[in-house]
Ligand binder design. Structure first.
Ligand code: ATP
Length: 341
């Protein structure tokens, strides 16, 4: 059996707790992975390193796949987000967040099945900000044709492979005519010339958000630029039970980094009550990615077993506090382990 070397970044806040729980589940499931632990974020700073140490980047470049806990980003000052830096430095241009209703998780809707595809490298997250005068600051939204075409092509290819029927682009091209206009033109071009069989729809983002909370089942794959993708991911998490149940992955042409949509939740750190499920679901996505890219059937089988185990745990009412239950991080991990087929 092949063992895959995977970079593991515990991260900050609840990161070390949820990554430890996920490691335990994967070990119990005999997942064919060997962890190469690296630091990033406040944990790296505390160890006397940069927030994104070169050895962490090198390890991901070398081993190609990473599982990452959340890293804290200081608000309004301090260093650039580690998450943003990592995505830009490794060119992880496509973020994917599947948002699905889970049986046993209380939520407003019963049949949500959405996939968010977010452009991960530019837009307002380019970090081009200027102090114009003492009282005026500016932030530049950047859109390049190559990045817009690249994410549109990625989204349509992904939708085709996953047998999804429709892509909806959320935009604000009525106001941001140049940047969002380019994003739309590129998506239209890829649809018309390369994937005409996938249904294509455009929606102004404010209308899109209203429709999402009215009836999320009308959407299938959502394609968004960076900032909209960030905000709409959390909105969609709210449709299915919250941030504790939405996994994610960041793909480049070479590397892939798997991480939950949620952040480091400093309010919960050290209490042992965070939900490890979003990161566990991200680890399942990682195993499926290994199965796809390295043709390793053992990874697919392990992913299926873990998925079956957490689905059963939830169906039997095993839940952490964010989902209305009373289990600790570790107790939920144990509940999953006990139900591994
Ligand atoms: P960061 O600055 O790292 O993004 P944040 O607290 O601003 O951190 P999130 O970490 O995404 O943002 O969390 C928002 C809130 O959602 C948290 O305060 C927490 O109550 C809840 N939350 C997020 N993730 C989880 C989780 N895994 N389990 C339970 N609650 C969570």
């Amino acid at each position: 059996m092949t063992t895959h070397k995977i970079v593991l970044i515990p991260g900050d806040g609840i990161g070390p707790e949820v990554t430890a729980a996920v490691r335990r589940v994967l070990a119990a499931a005999h997942a064919p992975v060997e962890w190469i632990e690296q630091q990033a974020g406040l944990a790296a700073l505390a160890a006397g390193d940069e927030v994104l140490p070169p050895q962490t980047l090198e390890a991901i470049e070398r081993y190609q796949v990473a599982l990452k806990g959340p890293c804290t980003t200081p608000v309004g000052e301090g260093f650039t987000s580690v998450n943003v830096q990592l995505r830009k430095r490794l060119n992880l241009y496509a973020a994917v967040r599947p948002v699905r209703t889970l049986e046993g998780v209380p939520s407003r809707f019963s049949d949500v099945d959405l996939i968010i595809v977010r452009e991960n490298t530019e837009g307002l997250y380019s970090g081009v900000e200027n102090q114009v005068t003492d009282d005026v600051v500016m932030s530049m939204k950047v859109a390049t044709k190559s990045a817009c075409l690249r994410i549109a092509r990625w989204a349509f290819r992904f939708a085709t492979r996953r047998q999804r029927r429709k892509i909806t682009v959320f935009h604000k091209a009525n106001i941001m005519k140049m940047t969002d206009g380019l994003f739309l033109r590129c998506a239209r071009q890829i649809h018309q010339h390369e994937y005409p069989n996938i249904e294509y729809q455009e929606m102004i983002i404010d209308t899109g958000c209203m429709r999402l909370v009215q009836d999320p089942t009308q959407f299938d794959v959502l394609l968004l630029e960076n900032l909209y993708g960030d905000v709409v991911s959390d909105l969609c998490a709210g449709l299915v039970g919250g941030l504790g149940v939405v996994p994610g992955a960041n793909f480049g042409d070479q590397q892939a980094v798997f991480e939950a949509v949620h952040g480091s939740a400093p309010d919960l750190a050290g209490k042992g009550i965070a939900n490890p499920l979003a990161l566990l679901m991200s680890a399942v996505m990682m195993l499926n990615h290994l199965a796809d890219t390295r043709e390793d059937a053992a990874c697919r089988a392990t992913a299926e077993r873990i998925k079956a185990a957490y689905n059963r745990a939830l169906q039997e009412g095993k839940r952490t506090r964010d989902l209305g239950g009373d289990l600790s991080t570790e107790a939920f991990a144990d509940a999953v382990i006990e139900r591994l087929p």
